[in-house]
Design a binder for this molecule. Structure first.
Ligand code: GLA
Length: 400
C-alpha cells in the first residue's frame, strides 16, 4: 500500500521512482553518429561541432542514418560555487544549450561526455558526487546522449558507479542514451544491460590493422586485436544493449581496403557506428565507405543479432549474421598479407546459429546474394568464387 501510494504520488508530481531503470526504446538498433575524440582529442570548440552537424546533413550522412553529434572529453570549464558545471568559456562561448538548439534544428541529436571519477581521462572535472546535478544540467541543455568514462575510478564499484548515473538520467525524465565506457575491465556485458544502452568491450581503438600502441599503463588496439576480444560476447548483445567495439577509425590512416573491412566488421558485430574522422574534409572514397547503405542496413537490422564466427583457419574467417525476414549477411575475412582466392560451395556447408536457433540450409533452399561493396550478384546454386584482398573482406547479403 505504501509503495502504491508512493508510486501514485510520484506519478502525480512527475518524479521517477528510486527503482527506475534506464530509458528503454533507445538504441533499438546500434546508435549511429560522430564523436570528436579520435580525430580532435582535446582540440575542440563549438565551431567544430556546428560545422560537423552541417557536414553530416550536407553529405547525406544524416539520411544514411547517422544521428548523434557527440562532444567527447575537454569541453569542460569549471564548476561554480553551487557545483554547477559550465563549458570552457573560450571554446564554447555560446554555451551547450545553444549548441544543442543548433544541432536539433538540423534534425540531429547532441551527445556529451563525463566520467565516474573526480577527473576525466583528459584531467577535466568528472561527475563523481555530482551525478544527479550533472544529469539535470545535461537535460536542461537538451543533451540526448551521455558517454560516461572510467578514468580516476580507483576504489569505485563499477556497477554502482554506472547505476548511479543511470538513475540520475532517469530522474531527469529526459531520454538520454547512456554509453558506458568502462573498457570491459569489469565485464559490463554481465551487468549493464539494464543500466546503459551500450558498453565498451575493450580499451581504446587505434587506426591500424593488427598492432598494439603502447601508452605505458595501457595499450590502444588495432582492428584485429579488438575483434579477437569479442570472443564469447555475442550472447550479451541485443536491441537496447550493444557490445561497443569503440568509435570508428575509417578515414584515419588505414588503407581503403582496411577501412572497408573495419566498417564491415563493426556492422556485422552490431557495434555502434560512431564516426571518428573529420567530416568537413574527407576524400570521396571515405564518404562512400561510411555512407554505404547496404553495410549500414546489416548493422541496423531490426533483429539485432550479432554475427557468429563459424569457421576460422589460419588467416581466413567466415562470419554469418542472421537478419530479419530470414535473410543473412555473410562475410569472408582475410587477415593475411596476400590476396586470397576463395571458393565456397554453399551446398556443402549449412550454417547453424545455436544461440538464436536459426538455420541456413543451402541444400534445401537457394538464396540470391549481393555483394555489399561491389554490387555483384549471384545465387547459392553455384559455388562462390571470389578474391578477398589482403586485410580485406567480402561481404554479401543473402535473400531467398
Ligand atoms: C578514454 C576513452 C576514450 C576517450 C578518452 C577521452 O580513453 O576510452 O574513448 O573518451 O578517454 O579522454
Amino acid at each position: 500500500m505504501k509503495r502504491l501510494l508512493a508510486t501514485v504520488l510520484m506519478a502525480t508530481v512527475g518524479m521517477s521512482p528510486a527503482w527506475a531503470q534506464k530509458f528503454d526504446k533507445l538504441a533499438m538498433t546500434p546508435q549511429m553518429g560522430w564523436n570528436s575524440w579520435n580525430k580532435f582529442a582535446c582540440n575542440i570548440d563549438e565551431k567544430l561541432i556546428r560545422e560537423t552537424a552541417d557536414a553530416m546533413v550536407k553529405l547525406g550522412l544524416k539520411d544514411a542514418g547517422y544521428q548523434y553529434i557527440n562532444i567527447d572529453d575537454c569541453w569542460h570549464g569549471a564548476r561554480d560555487a553551487n557545483g554547477e558545471m559550465h563549458p570552457d568559456p573560450q571554446r564554447f562561448p555560446s554555451g551547450i544549450k545553444a549548441l544543442a538548439d543548433y544541432v536539433h534544428a538540423r534534425g540531429l541529436k547532441l551527445g556529451i561526455y563525463s566520467d565516474v571519477g573526480n577527473t576525466t581521462c583528459g584531467h577535466r572535472p568528472g561527475s563523481r558526487g555530482h551525478e544527479y546535478q550533472d544529469a539535470r544540467t545535461y537535460a536542461a541543455w537538451g543533451i540526448d546522449y551521455i558517454k560516461y568514462d572510467w578514468c580516476d575510478s580507483k576504489g569505485l564499484n563499477a556497477v554502482g558507479a554506472y547505476q548511479t548515473m543511470s538513475d540520475a538520467i532517469r530522474a531527469t525524465n529526459r531520454p538520454m542514451l547512456l554509453s558506458i565506457c568502462e573498457w570491459g575491465d569489469n565485464k559490463p556485458w554481465e551487468w549493464a544491460a539494464d543500466i546503459g544502452h551500450s558498453w565498451r568491450t575493450t580499451g581504446d581503438i587505434y587506426p591500424c590493422w593488427d598492432c598494439e600502441m603502447n601508452h605505458g599503463s595501457w595499450s590502444a588496439l588495432g582492428i584485429m586485436r579488438i575483434l579477437d576480444k569479442q570472443a564469447g560476447l555475442r550472447k550479451y548483445s541485443g536491441p537496447g544493449h550493444w557490445n561497443d567495439m569503440d568509435m570508428l577509425e575509417v578515414g584515419m590512416g588505414m588503407t581503403e581496403i582496411e577501412d572497408r573491412a573495419h566498417f564491415s566488421i563493426w556492422a556485422m558485430m552490431n557495434s555502434p557506428l560512431i564516426l571518428g574522422n573529420d567530416l568537413r574534409s574527407m576524400p570521396e572514397s571515405v564518404r562512400k565507405i561510411i555512407g554505404n547503405r547496404e553495410v549500414i542496413a546489416i548493422n541496423q537490422d531490426p533483429l539485432g543479432v550479432q554475427a557468429l564466427r563459424f569457421y576460422n583457419q589460419g588467416t581466413v574467417e567466415l562470419w554469418a549474421k542472421p537478419l530479419a525476414n530470414d535473410e543473412w549477411a555473410f562475410m569472408i575475412l582475410n587477415r593475411g598479407e596476400a590476396p586470397l582466392a576463395y571458393r565456397y560451395d554453399w551446398k556443402q556447408h549449412g550454417i547453424s546459429d545455436d544461440l538464436r536457433k536459426r538455420e541456413l540450409d543451402l541444400k534445401k533452399a537457394t538464396y540470391q546474394w549481393q555483394d555489399a561493396w561491389s554490387g555483384k550478384r549471384g545465387d547459392t546454386g553455384m559455388p562462390l568464387q571470389v578474391t578477398v584482398p589482403a586485410h580485406g573482406v567480402v561481404l554479401l547479403r543473402l535473400k531467398k
